[in-house]
Design a binder for this molecule. Structure first.
Ligand code: GLN
Length: 195
């Protein structure tokens, strides 16, 4: 299974390493055409304003929107969550794919970077270590959006059909469960459907 990782900023190699540990092939995606043959896409963290500007400059934004229209799964981590959100408080959206509103850098200055134990719907009883780095959280979810995880009462993990988004960075832990969860979404989409 070939999964693309947007290679503009952030923990690209960490995502690729975990994908490979899970038995998938992680492919860096940087320019137009790189999404050919890719079954799912991860948009890593970084600075959403910079990544947003560069995907427009590299004309990748249209391709990612087309990729989504073909029902191929996309997972945004941290800045990736901001990039796929339909609304960003006080700013214009970037890809505008998921029916959520987000607040950037939302946990406050004292909490620039921290870890927290999370319970994630669908990942079992074992807590998941959430690594948060100048993290956003979700302030509105549309009717089709499933809340997978909250931290201190704030929504930090969501899914809407083939879109997955997390405020935290599973690629910065040794825990493979989130990547396996995404690969399952990718596998379900790419295998032939029984009508
Ligand atoms: N604060 C960044 C943003 O809003 C996200 C930080 C991250 O990806 N670790 O774009």
């Amino acid at each position: 299974m070939k999964v693309g990782v947007l290679n503009i900023q952030g923990a690209v190699s960490e995502h690729i390493d975990i994908l490979e540990k899970c038995g998938a092939e992680g492919v860096p995606v940087k320019k137009k055409g790189d999404l050919a043959g890719i079954e799912g896409l991860i948009i890593p963290g970084g600075e959403s304003t910079t990544i947003g500007r560069l995907i427009r400059e590299f004309q990748l934004d249209r391709e990612i929107i087309e990729f989504h229209k073909k029902d191929k799964p996309i997972w945004g981590t941290c800045a990736g969550l901001v990039l796929i959100a339909r609304e960003i408080e006080g700013e214009s959206p970037h890809l505008g794919l998921m029916d959520i509103r987000v607040r950037r850098n939302a946990f406050g200055r004292q909490k620039e970077s921290f870890e927290g134990e999370l319970f994630i719907h669908g990942l079992g009883e074992e807590p998941f270590t959430g690594v948060f780095i100048r993290a956003p959280y979700v302030t509105r979810t549309g009717p089709e959006v499933e809340i997978l995880s909250s931290f201190q009462g704030k929504v930090v993990g969501v899914r809407e059909r083939n879109l997955l988004a997390t405020s935290f960075h599973p690629e910065l832990t040794e825990d493979l469960r989130f990547h396996k969860f995404f690969l399952k979404m990718v596998g379900e989409e790419s295998s032939p459907k029984v009508c």
